[in-house]
Design a protein around this ligand. Sequence first.
Ligand code: 4NP
Length: 149
Amino acid sequence: MPEVTRILFVCLGNICRSPTAEGVLRYKAPHLDIDSAGTSDWHKGDPPYGPAIDAAGLRGYDLKLLRARQVVVQDFEDFDLILAMDSENLDTLAHMQPVKSRANLRLFLDYAPQTGRREVPDPYYTRDFEGALDLIECASDGVLASLEP
Ligand code: 4NP
């Protein structure tokens, strides 16, 4: 199996779930090349949503310097593993993925089967930033465990 070192997290706006996952996994695994992006361009250039920055900050993850961007086709060449926060994000990505791309496209919570969930509910709407962080921390540990030889 080729080594996985480049990981992209994807959500809709790139201001809540995927930047949180980026911050959490980078904290846990600074040696990996981690980024995040949105399927939309709605928040291009924006920092993460204030309540997401605050909730992550209370657990020691610093999201303040991150800036939103939209997913581009080049991402399928630049990343080994692309992790979608929900099925809608996954569908959008699957339609974008070039035939020749070898990137592994998955739902992030595939790495946290013990949660019994497949999607990270969007805290922008649910307001449950703690619940999203719990799922993201759990799946981040699962990703790291999957990378161990
Ligand atoms: P995210 O949450 O996909 O986790 O970044 C959202 C943030 C903003 C919007 C939608 C989802 N919005 O509609 O602006």
